[in-house]
Design a protein around this ligand. Structure first.
Ligand code: PLP
Length: 394
């Protein structure tokens, strides 16, 4: 008999971590009167570049914006093909469409959920201009293989690092030393949150300078300070750009979160370790394989159901979690299954079977820095309770 007791309050999936530091930094930014892009944005860019080891960091208002201007800065345009994964958020793909290029999907490695570099190689045509790998859930893609491939074929690599704040590839933080562009997200659910926000990191001066210009309407450098002391009112527009820049209220939160990152990350890893310990011993569940070359930022805790061992599907499992006051999610609905892309490109179910199988079994468990060991233990008990009540008859 189950002795499971449902908790009274809801356990949310991934709220941001608020401490007195976020509040004091935000208050100071508001009081300073400099609310738009200004000194705090610059300070956060410098701090984030130092943290990742990148030569350049350009603050933007989302990861989506960073992905978009990275492709433009790399010269990707109408008629080009860009290789990416269907196992991502729609914005990875939208930004490829917005430069007029065609997304070319390749299926995933079924054990990790990451882009398979061999399939990427097989998808290259004379029109291929770039590869957009996604460091899904917080594990790095096989970057040596992808950059070697890019070198051989003259392609640009634009890494979607929305999940990869804190991820290390062969010991080095993602974002540092990148010959391509690396786009981070600071959306409210991400490991480092500013509500909305993002950062483009690169070691290429030309990419950084063009991205910075494109993010501020295409205005010449320094125009952000045209209302400040010593600022000049005259500016030039070098090319029609976008309103994509980060602003100082976002940067205030970013500075606080970056300072707290070691503790935030330690807390996140501790909660994930409670899950690992409980789930590793359950034959009805499968965990992600972690390639030896990468650490895991634990942005997402990816749990997969083994359909043959359970008399319940993924959607029902999530309902059972919700009935026990646990917020879970799914990452991702493969992009080729979404209407807009099906209409445009004729994608259909079955086109990327490994991504579809991963999706059918995947549950992202609640995980954030504020998830206590007791909360994590409660979730593991709920999972045990659901599994025990829904074993397949074999
Ligand atoms: C969150 C996310 C994005 C978009 O980030 P925004 O900052 O909201 O634009 C892009 N790619 C992936 C994989 C994401 O999870």
């Amino acid at each position: 008999m189950s002795i499971f007791t449902c908790r009274a309050d809801f356990l949310p999936f991934s709220p941001p971590s608020v401490s007195p530091l976020e509040i004091s930094e935000m208050t100071a930014a508001v009081k300073s009167g400099w609310w738009a892009k200004g000194p705090r944005t610059q300070q956060f860019e410098e701090a984030f570049a130092a943290y990742t080891g990148a030569k350049y960091a350009v603050g933007v208002n989302s990861c989506t914006a960073a992905l978009h201007i990275a492709l433009i800065a790399a010269g990707v345009r109408s008629g080009d093909e860009v290789i990416t994964t269907p196992y991502t958020f729609c914005s990875t793909v939208n930004t490829i469409l917005h430069v007029g290029a065609t997304p070319v999907f390749v299926d995933i490695d079924p054990d990790t959920g990451l882009m398979d570099p061999r399939l990427a190689e097989a998808a290259i045509t004379p029109r291929t201009k770039a590869i957009v790998p996604v460091h899904f859930s917080g594990m790095a893609c096989d970057l040596d293989a992808l950059y070697a491939l890019a070198d051989r074929h003259g392609l640009f690599v634009s890494e979607d690092a929305a999940h990869a704040v804190e991820t290390r590839y062969k010991g080095k933080r993602i974002g540092g030393g990148a010959p391509g562009a690396v786009s981070f997200s600071f959306y409210a659910t991400k490991n480092l949150a500013t509500g909305e926000g993002g950062m483009l990191c690169t070691d290429r001066k030309d990419i950084a300078e063009r991205a910075r210009m494109l993010a501020s309407h295409g205005m010449s450098a320094g125009a952000w300070n045209r209302y400040g002391k010593g600022g000049a009112w005259r500016y030039e527009v070098e090319e029609p750009g976008f309103k994509y820049n980060m602003f100082d209220l976002q940067a205030a939160l970013g500075l606080a979160q970056l300072e707290r990152m070691p503790q935030l990350q330690a807390d996140r890893l501790a909660a994930a370790a409670v899950y690992d310990k409980a789930f590793a011993g359950m034959p009805q569940l499968a965990l992600q394989e972690n390639p030896a070359y990468s650490t895991h930022s634990r942005h997402l805790y990816v749990l997969r159901l083994r359909p043959e061992a359970l008399a319940i599907d993924r959607d029902q499992f999530i309902q059972e979690l919700a009935a026990r006051n646990i917020g879970a999610s799914v990452h991702f609905i493969p992009v080729h299954l979404l209407h807009a892309y099906q209409r445009r490109y004729g994608f259909k179910p079955g086109d990327f079977p490994l991504a579809e199988a991963f999706f059918a079994q995947e549950i992202s468990m609640p995980l954030h820095a504020g998830l206590s060991a007791a909360d994590a233990a409660y979730v593991t008990e709920a999972v045990r309770d659901i599994v025990a009540a829904h074993l397949a008859d074999i």
